[in-house]
Design a protein around this ligand. Structure first.
Ligand SMILES: Cc1cc2nc3c(=O)[nH]c(=O)nc-3n(C[C@H](O)[C@H](O)[C@H](O)COP(=O)(O)OP(=O)(O)OC[C@H]3O[C@@H](n4cnc5c(N)ncnc54)[C@H](O)[C@@H]3O)c2cc1C
Length: 381
């Protein structure tokens, strides 16, 4: 019988699974490699299925109260007389029950909501500690930690992100792939006119403006930076401003002067990784980005991590051996996660073709593919 569980990594997936398992009565240890949390202040999009999963661990109402619920994202071309350009479509998961199509929220606030819930249920995180080694046997996993301590667990959950150390220790090396795209993000005072999320398309990049709270919003801008995507910090502000200036609509133009601080420009390359089945071995199981890292074209990576958590919590409370539990968990998750990673890669590949002035494959329709996938994500997990 499973009683004692180690969660490695206190990100969105790790905190979600730890909270739910603690509520279900398991004995939980959490280790987080960073000594202190330093979650950046740009936003994250939670679609209706993410909210449904957050509800299962008891925090959906709080994230909506402290975030900014909104409807479908409007897809627009950045020209014409309207502050928002010309609408050509809309995208996103349709509402599910009482959960709206989207909730925009600061990553820091989402982290705080999860952390506060973790404290409430009595979880204690060991900060600045990770696993050194795992003796992973069929009946138990003996873990040695970097602070010299060791303990034996019935189950170890690897929620330690794209470069998972646990995955490497147990399953060997899997490398993420750079898809040729980068993303720029920056937080702003929210313009009074911003009524929902917007994505604007031009030939060289795309720009999203997303509400985060009543007072704040953020932008993301996807660009193709080629084979050498490293950009020195002293060029970040000017480059982002010059990209934004290619959107001659009032909504974007009024944000440009607010881009002033290079340390607040969150710039990163986009990477993808799918761990092949099985996602488990003996007593160790993988969850969230450690199992499936998606580029954010569907804004769904964290949603998948939270859904993974909900399904694993459910399965650990059902009958069966640990192997059966892990197999049911993976079976319920595999195709859905693969769909999101695959579709996101396709959308990214089409973006890259456009930004490099190359023709799209016949029938390629971003709005339609996003809509179809958003609809599929409303299905029960
Ligand atoms: C640019 C961008 C935009 C995105 N936008 C969205 C969005 O709008 N909506 C959405 O749903 N998703 C989005 N995502 C995806 C989302 O951020 C991830 O899918 C999500 O953070 C994954 O959560 P996780 O807990 O699995 O991993 P992580 O968030 O990576 O958390 C892993 C945790 O483990 C810790 N850790 C790492 N190594 C160790 C170790 N060896 N020992 C102990 N702890 C360790 C880390 O410090 C971290 O706290 C976006 C991703 C990117 C890159």
């Amino acid at each position: 019988m499973v009683k004692k569980i180690l969660v490695v990594g206190a990100g969105i997936g790790g905190q979600s699974v730890a909270i739910g398992l603690k509520k279900a009565g398991f004995e939980i240890d959490v280790v987080e490699i960073h000594k202190e949390f330093n979650v950046y202040g740009v936003g994250i999009i939670q679609q209706a299925n993410a909210l449904r999963a957050l509800d299962a661990i008891g925090v959906a109402d709080e994230v909506m109260r402290r975030g900014s619920p909104y409807g479908k994202v409007k897809l627009c071309l950045p020209h014409g007389n309207s502050p928002f350009g010309v609408q050509i479509g809309e995208a996103g998961t349709p509402p599910i029950g009482r959960f709206p199509s989207h909730n925009g929220i600061s990553r820091r606030i989402l982290h705080d909501v999860l952390f506060e819930e973790a404290q409430k249920v009595g979880l204690k995180y060991r900060m600045g500690v990770t696993v050194e080694s795992i003796d992973n046997q069929p009946d138990a996993a003996k873990v040695t930690f970097t602070d010299g301590t060791s303990a034996t667990y019935d189950v170890v959950i690897a929620a330690d992100g794209v470069n998972s150390k646990v995955r490497k220790l147990i399953f060997g090396e899997f490398k993420s792939t750079y898809v040729g795209l980068s993303v720029w993000r920056y937080a702003f005072k929210r313009p009074a006119s911003l009524d929902t999320g917007y994505i604007f398309f031009n030939k060289k990049h795309k720009l999203g403006v997303i509400p985060m709270t009543a007072e704040l919003c953020y932008i993301f801008l996807n660009s193709a930076e080629g084979d050498n995507p490293i950009i020195p910090e002293d060029q970040l502000v000017e480059k982002l401003k010059s990209y934004m200036s290619a959107y001659p609509i009032p909504l974007v133009q009024e944000l440009i002067p607010q881009v002033t601080d290079p340390t607040l420009v969150n710039y990163r390359t986009l990477e993808t990784l799918q761990m092949p089945a099985p996602w488990y071995k003996n007593r160790v199981v993988v969850l969230g980005d450690a199992a499936h890292t998606t580029i954010p074209q569907l804004g769904s990576g964290a949603a998948l991590a939270i859904e993974d958590a909900v399904v694993l919590i459910e399965e650990l409370q059902k009958e069966g051996s640990v192997e059966e539990v892990f197999e049911r968990y993976m079976t319920r998750r595999y195709n859905r996660c693969k769909m999101v990673v695959d579709v996101s890669e396709t959308l990214g590949a089409w973006e890259l073709l456009e930004y490099n002035d190359q023709p799209l494959p016949e029938g390629a329709n971003m709005g339609m593919l996003m809509g179809k996938t958003g609809m599929a994500l409303t299905q029960e997990i």
